[in-house]
Design a protein around this ligand. Sequence first.
Ligand SMILES: [Zn+2]
Length: 210
Amino acid sequence: MFLRLINFIFPPRCSGCGEFLPLSAREPVCLRCLDEISSHELPPVEYGNCALISSALYRGAAKKLIKEMKFRNGRSCARTAARVMTDSLIKHGGSFLPDIIIPVPLHRTRKNERGYNQASLIAKSVCKILKLPFSASKLRRVRNTPSQRGLHPGERIKNVKGAFAVRGKLPANIILIDDVATTGATVNECAAALLKGGAKRVIALTFAKT
Ligand SMILES: [Zn+2]
């Protein structure tokens, strides 16, 4: 009731284009933006340690949705991203049967600054949809690396080298979740740690790719 009143006074707007949404809208984006997000099909990419499946290009509505996730509206944007990502996994994941879902970790200090890790937020939603266990404790960022933004591909690889470590026993098949991938250096380095820690196969799933 309270939510309905709030929606009446402040009608929800689409996180992609800013248009007003119908009061009954269940997604934080309008159908047109949702269509735009899912229309940029990206082929899976193979890296040394994992395959990467990304659902959308990091532009337009997809880019705005990720920005919204960071600044407000986190949970509902994460749910929408998770739904689109699950569709991509079903489409491109082949016979892969994941045992567990792990988010790309943020270093403790950066998590304290922001309050939460949006990769975690998305990963939890994917877990709910696929009915799989979630673990944020098995993969840790042991070194606080500077942001990858503005770095060349080679520098990105060097920047995250050795930044991740595994804690405890791992199951065979792992889905690694992040919001955006650029060169894939971060997910590939996470996957290296997971494989070293006993995993057999890792598929990285990101909402967007630049
Ligand atoms: Zn829209």
